[in-house]
Design a protein around this ligand. Structure first.
Ligand code: SF4
Length: 397
């Protein structure tokens, strides 16, 4: 496509990506907007000798402003948006005879590529709802830009993530939907991805005293998230967040306590399963991390031994909190650190009043003013995507 020709895959370069972001900050014509993923805020502190799992959201926002951000927004907002689209997609799939189930989550780009390469027969099962970063980018360059009176061409979107695979995801050919919507050919939705480790390295190179920073808050419009958005970083978090909203959509009733703490999908086992009945609809779900575990599950489904409606897969151990771009401590027990980060996110969710994606007022506002309803034509154009059969790549190697 047109976009691919002007979207060079420049992620593997000698120059660390934060230096490119620094260049954008130094260019006074650019408007640099950061968006932070759920897991960064429970790991960044480790790079500055803080306890694993320390919740450093407010210092992280302050750090990004100190580095020169024009706006600091939260990818957790788009985690809520992903849930709105993905929960409604799940209901449509279950109620339809011609869209395949199980629905497979698609917010982990390494997992998506694994399906496209090794199990292309399941590509129609991947949720068409984009990942939170995949939704954040085009929403900033259209809705946010319009509301703030910004020229989208001047916006440089930077995702701060625990994930190295996101560097590939933002450069997928499909991730240019704002440009298509606005008639600006070749404009990418998200311009750079920097990892938690890169952010720490950048801060240190600038001599910023992270622990001494005064707490700051996100900018509004796309800076508010529910607890459901917060737990996205944990294995099982996407499932739990989606079940909360699916329950509310299907029953129209308040989400009960046991669904606000869905124990069966929490924890560190590689494969977890649960069976729920919501409004007479039986929901068999599974949560998996690691592609080895995913293979076991997909093979059982193929053999007709297992049947599910919804499966969450994350590639990294423990989910994104264990992502490849997170701080590393080779002297410490990795599982112990991952457990502490997981608890950091669950504790935050439990402490919040707003725990449901569909009750997030900024989410209600973005639908009222821009996307209309989940699954609307505009939402389909900007917030959904399609997948490619990449099994041919295997023969070329
Ligand atoms: Fe990235 Fe790992 Fe999260 Fe997948 S599980 S999105 S590879 S950090």
């Amino acid at each position: 496509g047109q976009c691919a020709n002007v979207c060079p895959v420049d992620c593997i370069t000698e120059v660390p990506e934060w230096q490119k972001v620094q260049e954008a900050i130094d260019d006074k014509d650019s408007i640099v907007i950061f968006s932070t993923s759920p897991s960064v805020r429970v790991a960044l502190g480790e790079s500055f000798e803080m306890e694993p799992g320390s919740f450093v959201q407010d210092k992280m926002v302050a750090l990004l402003r100190a580095l020169g951000a024009d706006y600091v927004l939260d990818t957790n907002f788009s985690a809520d948006l992903t849930i709105m689209e993905e929960a409604n997609e799940l209901i449509r799939r279950i109620q339809s005879d011609n869209i395949p189930i199980p629905q497979l989550t698609s917010c982990c780009p390494a997992w998506v590529k694994f399906v496209e390469t090794f199990y292309p027969e399941f590509k129609e099962n991947l949720s068409t709802s984009k990942s939170p970063i995949g939704m954040q980018g085009p929403t900033i360059k259209t809705y946010f830009a319009k509301k703030q009176g910004l020229d989208p061409r001047r916006i440089v979107n930077v995702a701060v993530t625990p994930c190295t695979a996101k560097k590939f995801e933002i450069r997928r050919e499909e991730m240019c939907d704002a440009g298509k919507e606005l008639g600006i050919p070749g404009m990418r939705d998200m311009d750079y991805v920097i990892t938690t480790r890169e952010l720490a390295e950048w801060a240190k190179s600038r001599g910023i005293d992270f622990t001494g920073l005064k707490p700051e808050r996100y900018d509004s419009l796309m800076g508010e998230a529910s607890g459901a958005g917060v737990i996205f970083g944990n294995t099982g978090g996407v499932m739990e967040a989606a079940v909360r909203t699916a329950y509310a959509v299907l029953t129209g009733e308040p989400v009960p306590e046991n669904l606000l703490k869905l124990e069966a999908v929490r924890g560190m086992e590689g494969i977890r399963e649960a069976s729920l009945t919501i409004n007479g609809i039986k929901l068999d779900i599974a949560v998996v991390y690691g592609t080895a575990n995913a293979r076991i599950l997909l093979d059982k489904i193929k053999a007709g031994e297992k049947f599910y409606q919804f499966i969450e897969v994350m590639t990294c151990p423990g989910g994104c909190i264990g992502g490849g771009g997170q701080p590393k401590n080779i002297l410490a027990d990795g599982d112990e650190i991952r457990r502490k980060r997981i608890s950091g996110l669950y504790r935050k969710d439990e402490s919040m009043k707003l725990r449901l994606s569909h009750e997030n007022p900024e989410i209600t506002q973005v639908y009222d003013e821009f996307y209309e309803t989940s699954g609307s034509e505009k939402a389909e154009r900007m917030l959904h995507t399609a997948y490619i059969d990449r099994s041919g790549d295997l023969n070329q190697q």
